[in-house]
Ligand binder design. Structure first.
Ligand SMILES: *[C@@H]1O[C@H](CO)[C@@H](O)[C@H](O)[C@H]1NC(C)=O
Ligand SMILES: *[C@@H]1O[C@H](CO)[C@@H](O)[C@H](O)[C@H]1NC(C)=O
Ligand SMILES: *[C@@H]1O[C@H](CO)[C@@H](O)[C@H](O)[C@H]1NC(C)=O
Ligand SMILES: *[C@@H]1O[C@H](CO)[C@@H](O)[C@H](O)[C@H]1NC(C)=O
Ligand SMILES: *[C@@H]1O[C@H](CO)[C@@H](O)[C@H](O)[C@H]1NC(C)=O
Ligand SMILES: *[C@@H]1O[C@H](CO)[C@@H](O)[C@H](O)[C@H]1NC(C)=O
Length: 477
């Protein structure tokens, strides 16, 4: 594990050297006219009020290969927005869209309603206090594309971090008024890899403080994040047993046969773990007490079939997410974003470059993605030492990246405790618990699944505002 992490760090450094020049080319100049061209006056079905200041469009990330990433940006509702922090949100998968999930289903100010008929204003949108940027990443996800199809066979964490970094550099050229705002990175699930890795890349490139590409990064926050294969797998098994999903016998067998330190599971371990997954197939692993979506037709639901496959490769690719209060919401996003008038108003897919339908999650990306990094913890240690604000939150009803594994991960960092584990409150009820370490904060959200802002919107907004302001939670009713 350590060797793999060392290797990836080394690769990062090599990539930094060789890609640096290409990452700064592409979308040069720009500023206000390009920015105005991206302004979205109003989307089809958007409520007439309140007013929402939004932009959407493509940003080139690699000219030679013809790669462009699609973004959706909301100015902060609080004025003056230019003084408020800038928050980037990333979803995981790999292969899932931050527009379909983060923006349109979870924490954006405009969410898609049933059957994709319209948009509704979300009073818990995370752009209350922050300028909020959603990115579809990597290429092949959502509206983001490459003109070099072989790119799609080369996707791994380093590739994603490099392209996302190039996106940021070029986005700031288009929106220079945000260049000096405090900048934070956020995301959930497999973005537990993307977010710290991007923060690390920004931190490294920022070492040249005078570079025109300097980014004012202050910290990152991740939710139900894939962090360390060993702890996350161990946590998954323990959670399934401790939440009455599988029998004592199955759990005992897993304890005896599975060595999660070996990234290559034995057949015996695969068989035992598969019993867990077949039980979760009956319910919603991402929110174990919620009803399961019984619609067939969203691309996210095809992930379900992966639960029936019988090998670890399939297991690794089960990091998909769909669940929630309305268990079928991800099909609504697909209905909405495939409408021609929506794509036109959104500046998306103008040349008809999209091969097929817009999908909330891409099976092709998930299946070709090269999972080469087993632990993100070394990056935590490094960036905590560097003084970045680092928070991890966890919806405690998620069976896929359960709170137990996240606790193991945080404990493994060995940070001294600053404030003991205790409850935090909203509306006189316990909203969750938190523990402050010297260097980072861990927060749980009671009763939320994998998608915290979707399941517990008021708690989610309180959480992000506390993070952005570096404030403590209310510790009494
Ligand atoms: C990809 O190719 C199309 C068609 O040639 C072109 O219009 C587009 O600008 C290219 N995209 C990028 C990012 O270079
Ligand atoms: C697996 O790795 C963890 C963390 O590195 C360690 O604490 C544990 O003892 C290891 N377990 C086995 C069975 O090797
Ligand atoms: C993983 O295990 C299988 C059989 O159990 C073996 O064929 C394969 O070579 C192993 N792969 C690695 C990377 O060790
Ligand atoms: C979903 O698909 C299965 C088989 O593919 C079919 O039996 C079932 O009726 C479908 N359900 C719905 C709601 O379309
Ligand atoms: C699923 O798609 C099929 C055709 O592709 C359609 O007949 C069916 O009504 C759809 N089911 C649901 C529940 O939307
Ligand atoms: C996956 O990525 C790792 C690290 O970048 C690389 O060493 C390895 O060759 C890649 N594997 C494949 C099959 O592309």
């Amino acid at each position: 594990m350590a060797a793999a992490s060392m290797l990836s760090l080394l690769l990062l450094i090599l990539l930094c050297l060789s890609y640096y020049s290409c990452s700064t080319m592409g979308d040069g100049g720009g500023g206000s006219s390009e920015q105005e061209a991206d302004r979205v006056a109003r989307l089809p079905g958007q409520p007439a009020s309140p007013a929402v200041s939004q932009f959407a469009g493509y940003v080139g990330v690699n000219e030679r290969h013809g790669r462009a990433l699609f973004y959706w940006f909301f100015e902060a509702q609080a004025t003056p927005s230019e003084k408020k922090p800038l928050l980037l949100w990333l979803n995981g998968g790999p292969g899932c869209s931050s527009i379909g999930y983060g923006a349109a289903s979870e924490l954006g100010p405009l969410r898609v309603v049933r059957q994709g008929a319209a948009l509704e204003f979300n009073q818990y949108g995370w752009n209350k206090e922050a300028n909020l940027l959603f990115l579809e990443s990597p290429v092949g996800v959502g509206f983001s594309y490459t003109n070099t199809s072989s790119d799609l066979a080369n996707l791994n964490d380093d590739f994603v971090a490099e392209d996302t970094y190039s996106f940021l550099v070029n986005w700031f050229k288009r929106f220079p008024q945000y260049k000096y705002n405090e900048f934070y990175i956020s995301g959930e699930s497999y973005a537990g890899h993307y977010v710290p890795q991007l923060a690390d890349l920004v931190y490294e490139r920022n070492k040249d403080k005078k570079a025109s590409t300097y980014i004012n990064l202050k910290g990152f926050i991740v939710g139900n994040p894939l962090t360390n294969d060993y702890y996350d797998s161990k946590g998954l098994a323990e959670y399934a047993w401790s939440h009455a999903v599988v029998s004592d016998q199955v759990y005992d067998h897993i304890k005896k046969t599975c060595n999660f330190n070996d990234s290559n599971w034995t057949d015996d371990c695969n068989t035992a773990m598969n019993i867990i997954f077949s039980q979760y197939h009956e319910i919603d692993i991402y929110n174990i007490y919620a009803p399961k979506c019984l619609l067939n037709n969203t691309s996210a639901s095809s992930a379900d079939s992966a639960f029936l496959a019988n090998d670890q490769e399939q297991f690794r690719r089960r990091i998909r997410m769909f669940s929630g209060y309305d268990p079928c919401y991800s099909s609504y996003a697909e209905d909405y974003f495939n409408k021609h008038d929506v794509q036109e108003a959104f500046h998306a897919n103008a040349n008809g470059l999209l091969a097929g339908k817009w999908q909330v999650c891409s099976d092709q990306i998930l299946n070709s993605y090269n999972f080469s990094v087993l632990s993100i913890l070394p990056i935590y240690s490094k960036l905590i030492k560097a003084g970045l604000r680092v928070w991890l939150y966890s919806g405690d009803a998620d069976g896929r990246v359960p709170v137990i594994g996240s606790r193991y991960c945080v404990e493994a960092l060995g940070l001294p405790i600053k404030t003991d584990w205790q409850s935090w409150y909203l509306d006189k009820q316990v909203a969750g618990r938190f523990v402050e370490y010297h260097g980072m904060t861990m927060v749980t959200v009671r009763g939320a699944g994998h998608l915290v802002p979707l399941n517990k919107p008021a708690q989610g907004l309180m959480l992000i505002n506390a993070f952005l302001h570096g404030e403590q939670f209310p510790t009494s009713r």
